[in-house]
Write a protein that binds this ligand. Structure first.
Ligand code: GLY
Length: 333
């Protein structure tokens, strides 16, 4: 199935199809040089499947993990392109999760003031969220995503078959982001996830989440307003992530609970539990709220939170530290 992201001259398509990896050449223009960027945590057969379809490629494999999203790797990718005589007509292809998409996309957006970028996300989390929308970045001085750009890919290729090699825990993290989209924007998607075995219906779940993402990004590419809905669960989630060892998706799952009206929480937590996500958090409220308030999205007068009072609908509300602490304590006591 093809999902368009309607951004005028930057319009692109997302392909969601089992086996699509072996048909990369039909969706990407590969009659030129390609820099394939992947990491050690990604089974090498995925980048190799893309490489096989390229006329002329250079493959770079970085270490797995958030630490790879740094200025040194950004510089290294630009140097590799320079040493291999890449011109403005050549391209970069990310094969991996969100870290690889962010790093490779940022290098593509800067090299010669921007060359074509393709994304092949291989984790569920990057398939349902970060591979679409054009946010690219690296971290600096311990601050996540502080140096980056908006750079829309030319195409995104999602092959759900690659999820077969993903751990259950990583799969659950992707489900947290899909549930986030459903909670805020699509009650039917929420119901589908409630009623199905997610692994059996994953194509429909990915497509459902991406239709929402594509619409939100088309309406508000640079996150002036509507796109902030995608931060549902992320405000307290980032606070929880800073003070625990939980994975990003698990923290988003927890972060959604206090932002959901009390009468809906049992339904949300039942679904999170079904997907193997945590629903209880022992991290101290004050510490979580303090970290959340220092998040880069904090503004004068409080932090903008996304709330859900009815499944499929949301509203924005500014909240200070005291209110966040109250919400958190009420949800997890
Ligand atoms: N992952 C949130 C966004 O793309 O805006």
């Amino acid at each position: 199935m093809i999902i368009p992201v309607e951004l005028g001259k930057d319009r692109y398509e997302i392909v969601v199809e089992r086996g699509a990896l072996s048909r990369t050449g039909e969706f990407f223009r590969l009659d030129r040089k390609a820099l394939i960027v992947t990491d050690e945590g990604v089974p090498s057969q995925y980048a190799d499947a893309v490489a096989k379809r390229c006329r002329d490629y250079v493959k770079v494999t970085v270490e797995a993990g958030e630490e790879s999203k740094n200025m040194e790797n950004f510089k290294m990718l630009c140097q590799v392109m320079l040493e291999n005589d890449f011109t403005r007509k050549d391209c970069v292809i990310a094969v991996g999760g969100g870290v690889i998409g962010d790093l490779a996309g940022f290098a593509a957006s800067c090299y010669m003031r921007g060359i074509d970028f393709y994304n092949v996300p291989t984790t569920l989390l990057s398939q349902v969220d970060s591979s679409v929308g054009g946010k690219t970045a690296v971290d600096l001085c311990g601050i996540k995503n502080i140096v980056g750009s908006f750079c829309q890919p030319k195409a995104v290729l999602i092959d759900p078959d690659v999820l077969d090699t993903l751990s259950d825990r990583q799969f659950a993290c992707g489900m947290a982001e899909a549930i986030k989209m459903a909670m805020t924007c699509d009650s039917e998607l929420f119901q589908l996830i409630e009623e199905c075995d997610a692994k059996n219906e994953i194509e429909d779940i990915i497509a459902g989440a991406l239709r929402i993402k594509a619409e939100v990004v088309a309406a508000d590419e640079k996150e002036d307003n509507l796109r902030r809905v995608l931060n549902f669960g992320h405000t307290l989630g980032h606070g929880i992530e800073s003070v625990t060892d939980l994975y990003h998706g698990e923290c988003v799952a927890l972060g959604m609970i206090p932002m959901t009206a009390p009468h809906l929480r049992a339904r949300l937590t039942a679904l999170l539990k079904k997907e193997g996500l945590p629903v209880k958090c022992n991290a101290p409220a004050e510490e979580v709220a303090e970290k959340a308030m220092h998040d880069k999205k904090a503004q004068a007068g409080g932090i903008m939170t996304v709330r859900v009072d009815k499944i499929g609908c949301f509203h924005f509300k500014k909240a200070g530290a005291e209110e966040l602490i109250k919400d958190y304590e009420e949800a997890f006591r």
